[in-house]
Design a protein around this ligand. Structure first.
Ligand SMILES: Cc1cc2nc3c(=O)[nH]c(=O)nc-3n(C[C@H](O)[C@H](O)[C@H](O)COP(=O)(O)OP(=O)(O)OC[C@H]3O[C@@H](n4cnc5c(N)ncnc54)[C@H](O)[C@@H]3O)c2cc1C
Length: 468
């Protein structure tokens, strides 16, 4: 039996695994990085980057359509599906190449292209029959799309983020299953690119929007662009060369689609790891119990990083968790706690939707609509609602759910303010340039100040400039 020995074995060469291997090697550990494909990260190949490229094309089409609002007659855009997907893949492939270049710069002998599974808490079995014995392990195997059983037998029509971007042209019609972040981003982009799109969601509310008021605003805005069916159960079947979706529940109907885009969640990829052999305690989802400040599973030499832990499935967290896990795996058993930053997630719909910190109803809430906001009216994108959550006694900002123009950027202002423990009054005292989307935050911050009876916060004139 051939056994490879190392200090730290990292399973999965995605964003988290690459960061873990780098951190462990930097800490002086002898590392192995095991991945079944080394095909580039999820982010570059089938996630963040290709989805944003599709959204960018959709934005161009949308801007042509809405040019008439400014007195510019451009008419209905002519969308060349082959060209849209061609540009997407060309740019996407460049991002993948950059990732592969990073992997190629890892010193020789570290990367092993194999699938790995545990045989006990100190050994991995590789698909080619070899074994890996390590002092510590980082599991960074990511997540995979979940396709509900009801779509069994319809594989010809079903697409997920794993193969959507391989299509050589845009389909004529798509049923998007799931109104979470991925479903909404892709549905709006496809609809704006001229694809007849309808979204189906089993829950009554949008999953992933932790505030009912903002959720309503999103449903109303997106529902004006494409049918968004919440609280429905689906019965799909094949009819000729199309997929027929029959739905019932809060609404009912029947419609035929060329494709079914399943965006019904991406559970952690743990299925093939044989974690049972490690003796680790797991939660009801099968995820090993771990400490998010160390990424260590119980007291063991096994660490988690990235989407596989089921907690914050976004890129900057995968990178950070990889670095924490790699460093701690190298130092095992002397693991260090790391402070985690405020959670932040952004959904790249138009207008963007962002959730920061802890938006709980326990404190005070300040809200502001963007319907009459000055800069938003200038740009003819005056829609949206923001809700800011603060501590009842101090007015310290704890969280925000933002839906409106520029919120993908403004989200960072809130994340940074929360990190620094700032109050609504403090934020209001900072400069606001005119006219900007940032000015639209003021009514929400002022409402919090009034509710917590913060001392007078205005240094300048009481009257805001027009359209603030
Ligand atoms: C469509 C889409 C859009 C997204 N958009 C954004 C966005 O805009 N912003 C953002 O922050 N995040 C976004 N995300 C999320 C982000 O892409 C992920 O959080 C991040 O890529 C997770 O990285 P990871 O390292 O955990 O997993 P991955 O990059 O998936 O890496 C896991 C690796 O493990 C390997 N592997 C699995 N099992 C085994 C095994 N048994 N043996 C060996 N190897 C194995 C896999 O082949 C893979 O290479 C998006 C995701 C998707 C799907």
């Amino acid at each position: 039996m051939s056994v490879l020995e190392c200090d730290v074995a990292v399973i999965g060469a995605g964003t988290a695994g690459l960061a873990a291997e780098r951190a462990a090697r930097k800490a002086g550990a002898k590392t192995l990085l095991i991945d079944d494909r080394f095909a580039g990260t999820t982010c570059a190949a089938v996630g963040c980057m290709p989805s944003k490229l599709l959204i960018a094309a959709a934005k161009a089409a949308h801007n042509v359509r809405r040019a008439s609002a400014f007195g510019i007659a451009a008419g209905e855009p002519v969308i060349d599906g082959h060209a849209v997907m061609g540009r997407l893949r060309k740019e996407r492939d460049a991002f993948v190449s950059a990732t592969l270049k990073t992997i190629s710069e890892i010193p020789p002998g570290i990367c092993i292209r194999q699938r790995a599974r545990f045989t006990d808490d100190g050994t991995l079995w590789l698909a080619d029959g070899r074994h890996v014995s390590a002092k510590a392990f980082v599991v960074a195997t990511g997540s995979r799309p979940s396709v509900p059983k009801v779509f069994d037998g319809l594989e010809r029509y079903v697409i997920t983020n794993e193969n959507l971007f391989e299509m050589h042209t845009l389909p004529r019609s798509v049923a998007v299953v799931g109104a979470g972040p991925l479903g909404l981003e892709l549905a709006q982009a496809l609809a704006r690119l001229g694809v007849e799109t309808e979204v189906f969601e089993e829950k009554e509310r949008l999953p992933g929007v932790p505030d009912a008021e903002v959720s309503k605003a999103v449903v109303s805005q997106l529902g004006a662009e494409f049918p968004l069916h919440l609280g429905v159960e689906l019965k799909p079947q094949r009819v000729g060369h199309l997929a027929r979706i029959s739905w019932s529940g809060s609404s009912s109907g029947v419609k035929d689609f060329e494709r079914i885009l399943v965006a019904a969640g991406r559970p952690p990829e743990l299925s093939d790891l044989n974690l049972g052999a490690t003796g680790l305690a797991t939660d009801q989802r099968g995820i090993p119990k771990f400490d998010s400040s160390t990424m260590q599973c119980s007291e063991s030499a096994i660490f988690l990083a990235g989407d596989v832990d089921g907690q914050r499935p976004v890129l900057h967290e995968a990178t950070l968790e990889g670095a924490i896990a790699g460093k701690n795996a190298a130092a095992f058993p002397n693991v260090q706690k790391h402070r985690r930053s405020v959670p932040m997630s952004i959904v790249f719909i138009d207008p963007p939707l962002a959730t920061i910190g802890e938006p709980t109803a326990e404190g005070v809430i300040g809200a502001a609509s963007y319907a009459e906001q000055g800069r938003a009216k200038v740009e003819a994108c005056n829609t949206g609602l923001i809700r800011v959550f603060a501590d009842r006694s101090s007015g310290a900002v704890r969280g925000a759910v933002l839906f409106g123009p520029g919120m993908d950027h403004i989200a960072h202002l809130f994340a940074w303010a929360i990190e620094r423990g700032e109050t609504a009054a403090h934020m209001l005292r900072l400069p606001f340039y005119h006219p900007t989307f940032e000015e639209g935050l003021k009514p929400a911050l002022r409402e919090i100040c009034e509710r917590v009876k913060a001392p007078e916060v205005r240094d300048s004139d009481d009257v805001d400039p027009p359209g603030t």
